[in-house]
Design a protein around this ligand. Structure first.
Ligand code: FES
Length: 130
């Protein structure tokens, strides 16, 4: 049986927030991930139809605390890490709210650039750790 491949949802961005084996594991000495805050704000602001937030298991680069992936049509999948402050998650909520209001994928908050990471490489020949 074939199921439809069209969705009624108009998604402009998806935010993957790692809450896996290391990110958010305060018992391991890592900074907390405000999962309940994020879920509550996304629900209260009714963001989910335009900006998805996915609280995920391990995204891979565990040696960087609190990894977030943000996927937009305009920027593709971008990776960020070391999100250790609550204001940073508040800023992501504000950005998502503006995306909903604009009904468009907006540029990511500028402060994120200082947290950009590149966990994937084409080959070890192109890797900084080669
Ligand atoms: S637990 Fe977050 S990257 Fe592994």
């Amino acid at each position: 049986m074939l199921y439809p491949l069209e969705t009624k949802r108009t998604i402009f961005a998806q935010i993957f927030v790692c809450n896996g084996c290391c990110c958010g594991r305060t018992e391991k000495g890592n900074p907390a991930v405000p999962v309940d805050y994020l879920k509550a704000e996304f629900k209260a602001r009714k963001l989910i139809r335009n900006v998805q937030v996915t609280i995920s298991g391990c995204l891979g680069p565990c040696d960087v605390p609190n990894v977030v992936g943000i996927l937009t049509h305009t920027e593709g999948l971008r990776w960020f890490g070391n999100l250790t402050e609550h204001w940073q998650f508040e800023s992501l909520i504000e950005w998502a709210t503006k995306v909903k209001e604009a009904q468009a994928a907006l540029p990511l908050p500028q402060w994120l650039e200082a947290h950009a990471l590149t966990p994937m490489v084409e080959s070890m020949a192109n890797s900084a750790v080669a």
